[in-house]
Design a protein around this ligand. Structure first.
Ligand SMILES: Nc1nc2c(c(=O)[nH]1)N=C([C@H](O)[C@@H](O)CO)CN2
Length: 140
């Protein structure tokens, strides 16, 4: 139904997106926003824009950045893992992406380590792409 096959995957990437947000397991992290760095690879639902050169056929990456900034300005996650999952599910559902890789890192959070973080990969259930109502995308 208009979705690329996995042999033919077009990807929008966002590198080193820096966002201030509340994240962490320690009490001091509840009220002190920290800068995290996000790297995203987002598979596109179609390749139409490649052929048409028409912005209306493209997924506007500035809207994805806006949406991520918006959601992270309202939330506090304890773990980077949960923050990454939230971003993955948001992009899969709201932007109709079939596959995503999300890396989230804290900068200089540990002495001697420039970046520490997690990287997760998620995909939608193929049934969802084809219009079925089941969704088993989370947590796999
Ligand atoms: N696997 C994880 N380990 C730790 C996390 C995390 O999000 N995932 N977070 C912390 C603290 O919040 C730390 O980053 C404070 O500097 C420790 N371990």
């Amino acid at each position: 139904m208009g979705f690329n096959s996995l042999l033919h995957m077009d990807i929008i990437f966002l590198q080193e997106l820096k966002i201030k947000t509340l994240v962490g397991i320690y009490p001091w992290e509840l009220n002190a926003p920290q800068t995290i760095q996000l790297d995203l690879e987002i598979a596109l639902p179609t390749s139409l824009a490649c052929r048409t050169d028409n912005f209306e056929d493209a997924l506007d990456y500035s809207l994805i950045v806006q949406r991520i900034n918006d959601t992270l300005s309202r939330k506090h996650f304890s773990l980077l893992e949960a923050l990454a999952e939230h971003i993955a599910q948001l992009v899969l559902t709201e932007f109709r992406s079939p596959w995503i890789k999300v890396s989230v890192a804290k900068l200089n959070a540990i002495r001697g380590v420039r970046k520490v973080g997690v990287c997760i990969e998620r995909k939608i259930d193929i049934g969802v792409a084809c219009g079925s109502s089941t969704n088993t995308s989370s947590g796999t």
